[in-house]
Design a protein around this ligand. Structure first.
Ligand code: NAP
Length: 268
């Protein structure tokens, strides 16, 4: 077997986007630790990748929405110094409108999409920086910037992923942590069935395959991109959006309200 380029820990690797990352990162020379709940599906992914690439693939069964399971994965990230890449991919969404959704289900979504992703990032990033570097790939979604498209809590959870990634890159980018946030559009996976609207119901011109998505995202990573939106044809649109954000940033805090809000208080 060739020398490894470090181990990649991928959450949600039993299917869909995570399983495709597992395949591609193994082909790039990474050993793997694959995390998800379903052992049988994880082992099937691991067995195929080991057979096809010869890489070492470990399976770690964990429900990342359960605190004790999450802690086990955090421990692995803290103690295994071979881990050079963390792919925070496990997540789920919903298509039901915000107010029609069960608030307990929304909380579960936040627990996985936000809390687990945050804790795993904390478990990995400082150690990676102290070892001289590492890579965090966070799987966001286009709903991070267009939350009106699907369920609002799902959109908000992915906006969190984008904002956390921005801060992480700001704080640790120059200390050797490579951070990428991937914003997929509709991808042909079980996600849609679980979210309440099978992917077959979508206009097929919107839907990308997992292989195309992950290959494009890794091309973006190789190009040093921070945000990768695989379906976006004109990257200048994103640059303009970022430019507007930066133009705002120097103007958002002041000792007095802006002129348009200054009202004369009526005399009593
Ligand atoms: P998927 O096929 O349903 O994959 C989700 C993965 O997460 C599975 O491996 C699942 O495995 C794992 N998972 C779910 N709950 C978990 C839990 N509590 N603990 C541990 N693992 C858990 O869907 P996907 O499309 O590949 O989704 C991957 C990511 O892409 C998600 O973050 C999703 O929000 C994002 N995304 C998807 C799309 C899309 O259109 N498909 C678009 C934008 C963003 P187990 O069931 O074995 O646990």
């Amino acid at each position: 077997m060739n020398e490894t380029v470090g181990t990649a820990l991928i959450t949600g690797a039993s299917s869909g986007i995570g399983a495709a990352y597992a395949d591609r990162l193994a082909r790039r020379g990474h050993d793997l630790i694959l995390v998800a709940r379903n052992r049988e599906r994880l082992e099937a992914v691991a067995e195929r990748i080991t057979r096809e690439t010869g890489r070492s693939v470990e399976v770690l069964t964990a429900d990342l929405a359960r605190a004790e399971d999450l802690l086990r994965v955090e421990q692995v990230l803290r103690s295994n110094e071979d881990i050079s890449v963390l792919v925070n991919n496990a997540g789920f969404g919903a298509v039901a409108p915000l107010v029609d959704s069960d608030v307990d289900a929304m909380e579960s979504m936040i627990t996985l999409n936000v809390t687990a992703l945050t804790r795993l990032t904390y478990a990995f990033a400082p150690g990676a920086v102290s070892r001289g570097g590492g890579t965090v790939i966070n799987i966001g979604s286009i709903v991070a910037i267009v939350p009106e498209l699907l369920n609002g809590v799902y959109g908000a959870s992915k906006a969190f992923v984008l904002a956390l990634s921005q801060s992480l890159r700001h704080e640790l980018g120059e200390k050797g942590l490579r951070v990428q946030v991937v914003l997929p559009g509709a991808i042909a996976t079980d996600f849609w069935q679980i979210a309440g609207n099978p992917v077959e119901n979508l206009p097929q011109e919107w839907v990308m395959t997992v292989d195309d998505l992950v290959d494009a995202a890794l091309a973006g990573l190789d190009d040093g991109e921070f945000v990768t939106i695989p379906a976006l044809p004109d990257v200048e649109l994103w640059d303009a959006y970022q430019g507007a954000r930066q133009a705002l940033s120097g103007n958002l805090s002041a000792s007095r309200p802006a002129e348009r809000y200054r009202r004369t208080t009526p005399a009593r």
